[in-house]
Design a protein around this ligand. Sequence first.
Ligand code: NA7
Length: 534
Amino acid sequence: MNRTVDAVVVGAGIAGLYALHKLRGAGLAVRVFETGDGVGGTWYWNRYPGARCDVQSMDYSFSFDRDLEQDWEWTEKYPTQEELRRYLDHVADRFDLRRDVQLGSRVTEAVYVEDAQRWLVRTDRGDEVTAQYVIMATGCLSASKLPEVPGLESYTGRWYHTAHWPEEGVDFTGQRVGVIGTGSSGVHVIPLIAQQAAELTVFQRTPNFVIPANNHPIDPEHQRSVKADYERFRQANRESGFGVVFPPATKSALEVDAKERTAHFDRNWYGPDNHPVGLVAGYTDLMTNEEANDTVAQYVRDRIAEIVEDPEVAATLQPVDHPLGTKRPCVGTGYYDTFNLPHVSLVDVRKTPIAAITTSGVRTSEREHAFDSIVFATGFDAMTGALSRIDIRGRGGLALTDKWADGPRTYLGVAVAGFPNLFTITGPGSPSVLSNMVVSIEQHVEWVADVITALLERGASTFEATLEAEDAWTQHVADVGRMTLYPTADSYYMGSNVPGKPRVFLPYAGGVGPFRKKCEEVAANGYEGFAIST
Ligand code: NA7
């Protein structure tokens, strides 16, 4: 396709679908390119067994349309991938979005043509489109990664990455299966593969804190009562720290006695409405003071020791190298119990590192493990990976990857100096992965749609963050990050799961509510920090 549109949107996940809807509503001609053969983004790709959102259904949904939020009936506390995919398919149909979405098309290049003040966007299908605006709705966790070990091409068994699961599913019955990775995806998939496999070996690099999901069907009365006053519920989410509401903490974890603390942690471990954010939001200092954090970390380690029968296995599963919450805590069902099964074993790859994938399986420094199938639950090049896999060039042909060689630099996580009219939805420097993504996506998309509407009204042609505003915001993101414990961990928040990636704290830890306020102030002050030209 060779054509001219007002805006190109890259990605048809939650952000891309909503961006299309909003921009179309603003009167723009929009083209969406999506790599997948269906819409849904994260919820299209991550269809491995057990895939489930770790934010509750009533929170993790669009708020922009009253009828949609009233009509859609959620079935469980935490939505499954299938349910979310159904929901996003429904959204695409309900708002007639599909006619502007081109599936199976990966954007490979976006080049700013200065003379024309337009972007030239190319795809791997040979499309060439020019647009005034480009909206990168590429997702924070969409560029999957395999482990940096040699030999996968020689492996003769079957292998899968959790983020590219075959549509038709996989039957592991009777197989010897190896799973590498114990983040959220590993934690979800391991108990279910254990139900089928004859032998399951889990390769763990960093033990994670896995909080029980205590998942259950949604109480219809609860759903009715939330919907009866959904706007107030949504507004509270928008003004909160993480995009979901928890009772405000008033005390330090260190100023209450152990009994009171344990009672709080128990409610957030055993309670039917528990949530990991509830654990860390319970006291004022759990994310800022290591000693305070250790109270909750020790609580979880004690639960692991209670559940896992073999003390050596329990010790291997107990996280000791990072404070709880500094890597995304996992929400699981039956994860720790799985390691009590006789056919499940755990390999600590810190003690016996993976040396290679061989023709028949995985070789560690100690021995070879033969597998019929290997599952990589090895995560993503987070926040910047999906952007750096596109050749994005701004003014003077500057590549975004060069500009970001020492770490991403943005203004409000949504704009980059030197890249006019390009917007990064939930980009680095915004709450993004530290928040309920739907809340943050809606906030960014609505802000961008307002920008574009204002530009149209003014007859303006370019909108670009100034270097000064970008420098100040990037510094602020780093300063706020340093006030927390997040930088103490090796995590995808810090880019440290990708060899060679600069160690920079990627999201904004100042909270969803304060971030929204800042964005609103910038708009109210005539988009201060942005240069607008006609
Ligand atoms: P994560 O959370 O990044 O987890 C990836 C896991 O894979 C993690 O345990 C990694 O260990 C492990 N990993 C990565 N590379 C290797 C190598 N080379 N060897 C051994 N182990 C490795 O991704 P997920 O898909 O589980 O979850 C992503 C998000 O989805 C999650 O945060 C929720 O928001 C939902 P590491 O911890 O890096 O030592």
